[in-house]
Design a protein. Sequence first.
Length: 187
Amino acid sequence: MAGNPQLIQSELLQNYGKHWPPLYLDVVRHCDLSTLTWAPLMFRKPWDIMFNKLRKDNITVAGDAMHPMTPDIGQGGCSALEDAVVLGRHIGEVLSTKNGKLDSMDIGEAIDGYVKERRWRVTWLVAGSYLSGWAQQGGSNWWMKFLRDVIFYRFLSSKLVNDVNYDCGILPSVAFSSELKSSSKID
Ligand SMILES: Cc1cc2nc3c(=O)[nH]c(=O)nc-3n(C[C@H](O)[C@H](O)[C@H](O)COP(=O)(O)OP(=O)(O)OC[C@H]3O[C@@H](n4cnc5c(N)ncnc54)[C@H](O)[C@@H]3O)c2cc1C
């Protein structure tokens, strides 16, 4: 179905979305077919991020490629932006100690710093996001109510809200030095 916009549209209208609000179905009915795509929602298990390699030689991952998560705390895009700042900062810091000339070892060092700084943060976000959805949509039997009202709302949700307000640092000002910019060279 992914490569067939007409099929995506008709499947949504007649099957998957048939009980959804008419306003939404109207949007689907009038959408520009050339922009319609279909992709599965992805999830990466927290322990997979925690224990697996996030760097291979001078290649790493960021954003959804590193930590696809459930949507329950709205942090997928925010954490992708954090990744970009942190990776940029680590590359900038190495760049500033090497007078603007980087070799592949230096890039590896920068990526190691980035991975080390991001691993715990995104593992917690993926786990917290999943737990948030699970607790809030898990049903209404007595023990789910207990988990939600006594454990989740009392202890976990405030920690999650606090952790969303995260300072990922700033990019080093040296990155803006025109002298350095003109001599920058990545081998
Ligand atoms: C409905 C919905 C609501 C959301 N709401 C929120 C929210 O409120 N807050 C929040 O923080 N996050 C939210 N997110 C999550 C957020 O959109 C994603 O986490 C974020 O866009 C990930 O950014 P990314 O750059 O890692 O990946 P993407 O935004 O997916 O960017 C990847 C890009 O790579 C391109 N690409 C793929 N393959 C190739 C290839 N082979 N060659 C070249 N290019 C390629 C794609 O076309 C795409 O442009 C939401 C997501 C959805 C689906």
